[in-house]
Design a protein around this ligand. Structure first.
Ligand code: FES
Length: 90
């Protein structure tokens, strides 16, 4: 079982955590970990998702408090960062 506590690499936040913070995609203490872990799963399956694909993939994580636009933007931005980092490393 993976939890949000295992997402960061020591003191270095995961790109998803960075982008959720930068793009104001953070929600409450229940929703944010769920969204982050779902987003990690999405990017493992598809490293270059469109906004529509991200929106559909997070549809099972329900929150009545806010919209999903900033979350979608954060996931797409994190995906781009992760692809760039992978290309730079190879
Ligand atoms: Fe968590 Fe809405 S932000 S229930």
């Amino acid at each position: 079982i993976s939890t949000v506590e295992g997402l960061a690499d020591g003191a270095e936040m995961h790109p998803l955590q960075d982008e959720f913070s930068a793009k104001q995609g953070l929600q409450c203490g229940y929703c944010t970990p769920g969204m982050l872990m779902r987003a990690r799963e999405i990017l493992a399956e598809n490293p270059d998702p469109s906004p529509a694909e991200v929106r559909e993939a997070i549809a099972s994580n329900l929150c009545r408090c806010t919209g999903y636009q900033f979350i979608v933007e954060a996931v797409v931005a994190a995906a781009e960062r992760m692809r760039t980092a992978k290309e730079t490393a190879s």
